[in-house]
Ligand binder design. Structure first.
Ligand code: KE4
Length: 434
């Protein structure tokens, strides 16, 4: 089913004259999968509609935030009511207190929290705080780990940086980048070596406890996350969980609740704002009291704690604690993943999948398992992924336009959506292999 996308094409032609790559975030440009990015006109529940009127079952969900589904009536109503009372004050408001109380109650390790406006701001601020708290400058991240686009993180970064083969961005001073140390996921010996080679100089390890920016990875099965907790304790470094993507996604309290491993600092984003720009970082009180104006680590933001965003976050997070919310989300995700893998098997297409809760990635590979970034870059058929992505788009299914990304289930996805998605994949795979 090929759809008419003339209006999207016209929009893209116009946008490319005005915006770098015609987009405001690189991965949206479809560069790694080819084809024309769809310009969306509206979204509701589990579906999005483009400017040509084509409808898609959406598994991107704005890259995670839309866990309740698009345009949830209670979230929309809350934002409308709040907007009528003033869009922004640049001063404290009670909604900040309410959302802080809710997040602190939901996320086990957070005692004190600071709201910002994006995941990038959250991780950038948490890194500065870790450096300020420990007095150390270096830090460890992982190959393919993505923590937003602050300079120090654009070293062997995942997500769009890996997608376009630019894991080390231009414009990041070499003297600054050398403070970023990297290791492969699931390789504790490499981490131990970094600590041995940089004794007393490493402020923190930052890790996505469920990586989703080199495709979804599993760091729990072989105890890697606990090993990171232990080595940070032994070396006097902080452990930062970047839960911007997996927070509120794999459990109400995030990966730290699901796995029972407590970081020193947590970064949050995406779902916390219910689709409006919110990020946050938080953790142990003794660390967070180092943040200005309590302490010497400066961080600020004009729109931080914005009432609209706070209300959208409150209306979203408060619905995640409904009975069986995550069990149902995971049931649907598992059904979809199994259906997609069955379709690949029937079509003779080698594939494996990594799934944690309601986030997953299907990898087109001969490998039995994908456990690190180089497994993706060296052993996955990225070209086939691009063809599959576009074939699914023609079938009315919207997946993330990169093998280095995750797919997300929402509470709004129906079993009928999943049945249709599996059938669409069977047709797409048939087309690609005949
Ligand atoms: P933002 O600055 O995009 O709000 O958050 C950065 C960030 C930080 N940490 C993690 C674990 C993240 O996944 C992200 C952002 N995720 C990407 C998707 N892979 C956002 C999509 C995009 O870049 O357009």
């Amino acid at each position: 089913m090929s759809s008419n996308i003339n209006h999207s094409q016209q929009d893209f032609d116009k946008a490319r004259k005005l915006l770098p790559g015609g987009v405001n975030s690189p991965v949206r440009a479809f560069k790694s999968v080819g084809g024309t990015p769809r310009f969306f006109a509206s979204a509701s529940g589990s579906h999005v509609k483009d400017v040509d009127g084509n409808d898609y079952i959406d598994y991107v969900g704005s890259w995670g935030p839309m866990i309740l589904g698009h345009a949830h009536p209670d979230v929309v109503k809350g934002v409308q009511e709040t907007a009528a009372l003033g869009m922004s004050f640049g001063a404290p408001c009670e909604l900040e207190i309410e959302l802080a109380e809710l997040v602190i109650d939901m996320v086990p390790s957070i005692e004190v929290i600071r709201f910002v406006n994006s995941g990038t701001e959250a991780t950038m601020s948490a890194l500065r705080l870790a450096r300020g708290f420990t007095g150390r400058d270096k830090f460890i991240k992982f190959d393919g780990g993505y923590h937003g686009h602050a300079d120090g993180f654009l070293v062997k970064a995942g997500s769009g940086a890996a997608t376009f083969g630019e894991p080390d961005s231009a414009g990041v001073p070499a003297d600054y980048a050398k403070l970023t140390l990297t290791a492969p996921f699931n390789d504790i010996e490499a981490v131990k070596n970094l600590f041995a080679e940089n004794k007393g100089e490493i402020a923190c390890i930052i890790v996505e406890p469920v990586p989703g920016n080199t495709g979804v990875m599993d760091l729990m099965s072989n105890g890697f996350l606990q090993q990171l907790r232990d080595i940070c304790d032994a070396e006097g470094a902080l452990l930062i969980f970047d839960e911007v993507m997996c927070g509120f996604r794999v459990a109400a309290g995030g990966a730290q609740e699901r796995f029972g491993i407590m970081p020193d600092l947590t970064c949050l984003g995406k779902i916390i704002g219910g689709g409006l720009p919110v990020g946050a970082y938080g953790g142990r009180e003794e660390i967070m009291r180092k943040i200005s104006p309590d302490g010497p680590v400066y961080q600020a933001g004009t729109l931080s704690g914005n009432p609209l965003a706070m209300r959208a976050g409150l209306e979203t997070l408060s619905r995640l604690r409904a009975p069986d919310f995550y069990a149902e989300l995971e049931r649907k995700t598992t059904r979809l993943v199994e259906g997609l893998l069955d379709g690949c098997k029937a079509a003779g297409v080698p594939a494996v999948a990594n799934q944690v809760g309601a986030m997953f990635t299907v990898f087109f590979t001969e490998l039995d398992a994908v456990t690190c970034c180089s497994d993706v870059s060296k052993h996955c058929d990225l070209a086939f992924f691009g063809r599959f992505f576009n074939a699914m788009l023609d079938e009315g299914v919207y997946l993330a336009p990169s093998q280095y990304e995750a797919a997300f289930m929402s509470a709004a996805h129906s079993d009928e959506d999943i049945t249709r998605t599996i059938a669409a994949a069977e047709r797409a795979l048939e087309k690609l292999t005949s």
